[in-house]
Design a protein around this ligand. Structure first.
Ligand code: FS9
Length: 413
């Protein structure tokens, strides 16, 4: 690792960063949320397999449902509520809410429960992002993307029941090991390429590809999480100042000039570079310098980076969006010589043995989770608020409730 490649800044700021700068341009942006059907009454048959973001604005003016205190959705006519889950551990926390490891009481399956406070979401103007996250997740089934099993709400909170992924953040492993051997980088990069290609095929731009959002499952496969919310980056008009950290953002995002699928290929380039070298390509401790480097800095490689890897990175880290590798088709990325020994069909079926297996014993194992969260007691705290606030909250989220098709048919994978 070269001079100045201190890992300190990100090691210490990661969790705090998430909490302090919780406002990105929609992390995963669905272009279809505004056209989706409205779901009025929670009914299993209507819910199954459909998307029900209803295209309203953030204020939810056309709300006409009364709220239920404790919702609410059916799995084979049984209501799924927070009471169906035993809270085990806090695994993440931010100003919007928290993520807990939970156990479903009827079948002992372990999940991640993301609990978000409506009041905080409304206050931070994140209603559209929250709805997009849930709407996107509920329509996506992909081997390398976290699965949303249920979504329900109470008058104060939104709940998302997601796969519990217990191999730890890619970030955690990368910081521990400094950098990864190229063969391991290739495997992770290829699985991420599959996930991005799938999202892009659904007109979803992920926008927030960075090591903190990428988990490893217990077998060592990639799992992309976090489709919204926790990391919004605000770019103040006319200035080059913004909250959050820009190291994975494409130049056109920094300039406020575009949010097409190509932004994800740039971010993938920064991520691959960081996995290979330990630091992102345009890294500086000084955010303004980093900003300038992303816009104009020279792309340089340590000598141990192979020619194929350098060529791939030059393609992905092309500032001209039109010329960037992947901007025409994800096939162009898959066909790059760096990936020549990847069998994409096998990879997508998880038939390629991961190069590293996390040291976890079981589903419930939390040894890969940041210990700052584990000391906290897992509980679902009360939210105090006024009646008018409650009405507003209910308006904004009346289409949130969801149950995954496989869960509907009785089997939760
Ligand atoms: N299985 C295990 N770990 C998962 N994590 C991904 C999300 C991480 C997290 O806490 N994110 C976060 C959330 C908030 C919010 F306010 F929204 F709650 C704020 C700050 C950070 C925790 C580890 C995971 N995700 C899905 N399945 C998972």
């Amino acid at each position: 690792m070269g001079k100045g490649q201190s890992k300190e800044p990100k090691d210490t700021s990661n969790k705090k960063k998430k909490e302090d700068a919780p406002a990105s341009t929609q992390s995963a942006q669905s272009t279809s949320t505004s056209t989706e059907k409205k779901q009025d009454t929670p009914s299993p048959s209507k819910d199954q397999g459909s998307n029900h973001a209803n295209g309203k604005d953030d204020t939810g003016d056309d709300m006409h449902e009364s709220w239920n205190d404790d919702i609410l959705f059916s799995k084979n006519n049984q209501k799924v509520t927070k009471d169906d889950f035993e809270l085990l551990n806090v695994i993440g926390k931010g100003s919007f809410g928290k993520v807990m490891q939970v156990k479903k009481k009827d079948d002992n399956k372990i999940y991640a429960m993301k609990v978000l406070r409506k009041e905080a979401i409304i206050a931070r103007k994140q209603v559209a992002h929250t709805r997009a996250e849930k709407s996107i997740l509920q329509k996506i089934q992909h081997p390398f993307i976290v699965r949303l099993h249920y979504a329900f709400q109470t008058k104060d909170k939104l709940y998302m029941i997601l796969d519990y992924v217990n191999g730890g953040e890619l970030f955690f492993h990368l910081k521990k090991e400094g950098r990864f051997p190229e063969i391991r980088v290739k495997f992770y990069a290829a699985e991420i390429v599959c996930a991005m290609a799938h999202l892009h095929s659904l007109q979803v731009v992920y926008r927030d590809l960075k090591p903190e959002n990428i988990l490893i499952d217990m077998d060592g496969h990639i799992c992309i999480t976090d489709f919204g919310l926790s990391k919004e980056i605000k770019i103040e008009e006319g200035t080059h100042t913004f909250c959050g950290t820009p190291e994975y953002l494409a130049p056109e995002v920094l300039k406020g000039q575009g949010h097409g699928t190509a932004v994800d290929w740039w971010s993938l380039g920064t991520l691959i570079y960081e996995m290979l070298t330990g630091l992102p390509p345009f890294y500086s401790q000084n955010i303004n310098i980093m900003y300038q480097k992303i816009l104009n800095g020279e792309l340089r490689f340590p000598s141990y980076v192979s020619p194929d890897a350098q060529s791939l990175l030059e393609g992905l880290l092309t500032r001209d969006v039109e010329k960037r590798l992947g901007s025409n088709s994800s096939q162009d990325v898959k066909k790059h010589p760096f990936f020549k020994d990847i069998d994409w069909e096998k990879l997508e079926k998880k038939e390629i043995e991961p190069p590293y297996k996390p040291k976890v014993k079981s589903d419930a194992d939390t040894s890969q989770i940041d210990t700052v969260f584990l000391v906290e007691k897992a509980q679902d705290s009360l939210v105090e608020n006024t009646l008018s606030e409650t009405i507003q909250k209910e308006n904004a989220f009346d289409d949130f409730t969801y149950v995954a098709p496989t869960a509907m048919s009785g089997e939760v994978s």
